[in-house]
Design a protein around this ligand. Sequence first.
Ligand SMILES: Cc1ncc(COP(=O)(O)O)c(C=O)c1O
Length: 433
Amino acid sequence: MASQRPILAHGGDDYRRFVNPLVAERVTLSGEPTGLMATDAGRLVREDGSAIEDLHGTQAFGHRHPAITRAVVEYLQSDAPNWFPSRVNPYAGTLARRLCERTGYTSAYFASSGTEAVEAAIKLARAATGRRRIIGLHGAYHGCTMGSCALMADSVYRDLFAPHLADVVRIERDDIAGLEQALADGAAAAVVVEPIQIEGGVRSLSPAFIAALCELTARHGTLLVADEVQTGMGRTGRLLASVGWPRRPDAITLGKHLGGGLMAISAMLTDMRWTRAAYGKNYETSEAHNCTFSGHAVACVAAMAALELLDDQQLQHIAAVGEDFRQRLRTLLAGSALVGEVRGDGLAIGLELRATDQPLLSFDHFGMTDLGDKPTTALLLCQRLYKRGYFPFVCGHDWRVVRMQPRFTLDHADLSKLAQTIADELAVLEAWL
Ligand SMILES: Cc1ncc(COP(=O)(O)O)c(C=O)c1O
C-alpha cells in the first residue's frame, strides 16, 4: 500500500544508523534479502517483484495470513477496549481458556516475548517450591533476558553478561546420570528443556532422557518445564511437541508464531495448583509477577485466530509434509560429501553440513578474521538459497546446521521444489571443494 512505501523504502537506512549498524552490515555481506516491500500469498515480495519464501518459522502461517489479519482489523475497527486497568482482561481470559482446553493445562500467563515466558516459568518454579536451583541443558537457547540467559549455551549470547543467576546447573543433553545427580538432593525448583534444541542444531531429546525427565522430576517434586517457544503451536505436527511424553510437563512456554506472526505474544501454561502455590498466598503476592501488557488485547485476538487455524487436519498436514520433505532431502542428498545429516520433526528441519578445510571457503578468505574458526558451508548454502527465493538461516549455536521452519500452508509440491533447489545449490558448492 502506498502509505507504507516511505517507511519500507527508507526505514532500513534508519535501522543502520539508529538501531544496529553491524547487523545491517552483516545482512549486506551475507546476502540476506532486503528491500522487502510487500507480502503476497504468504510470501515476501522485493522491490523488483521477486518473491521470497521465509523459512524462519515465526511466520508459521505465512506472512499476513488473511484470517489472522482480518481478525485483527475487525477488532481494531470495533470500539472494544484495548487495555483493562483492573487486569481482569476478557481477551486474556478467553485466549487462556482456549489454550487450556486444547492442551489440558489449567492456568496461563501472557507476556510479549519467548524469553519472558521462560522467566515466568523460572519464577513460578522458585515461588511455588521455595527452592532455588534451576537445571538446564548445554546447547540450550531460551532467550536473552538474564534468567533465560543463565540457562543459555556458552556463546556470545551468554558470555558477555556474567555474572549469571545463582544456582543454575547445566547438564549435557540426554545425560540421565547427570540429571539424577543434579536432582538428587531435592533442591531443584525446575528442569527447563527444549523438546528439540532448535538453535542448538535441531537436536531432539532422546526418548530415554524424556522418560527419565518425567520420572525423576516427579519423584523429586521438581517442576518440569518444556520450552516450546519454537516447537509449540503445531510446529512438529502436534499442538505441543511434548504431547505424548510419559507425563505432561508442569509448565510449557509458547511464543514466536503464537500471535500468528502479526502480534508479539508469548505464554506460559501450567496447572492452577502451581499458580496457586506460587502466587495464591495472599492478595499482595497474587501479582508478584506481572507485566503491563500481559494479554494485550490485539495480540490475544491474533493468537485466537492463529489457534483456530491449527485444527487436526492442519496438524496432520504438517506432520505428513514434514516427514516427506526430510525423506526427499535424504534421497536427493545421499552421497553428497557436504551433507552430514537431515533431521527434525514435523516442519522443524535441520540440515547439517560438514565443514570444509578449503581455504577459499573460510571466513579468513572473506576478510572476517574474527570468525576465522567458524564453519562456512551452511552459510554459503543459505546465501545461494537467498538468490533462489528462499530465506533459511543457520542455527544460532551451530553454524553447521541450516535451520528450516517452512510455513504450515506449504504443500508437498512446494517442499519438493525446495528440496530440489537445495540439492542443486549444494552440488554447486561441492564443485568448489
Ligand atoms: C526455544 C526458545 N525459547 C525462547 C526463545 C526466546 O524467544 P524471544 O526471542 O521471543 O524472546 C527462543 C528464541 O529463539 C527460543 O528458540
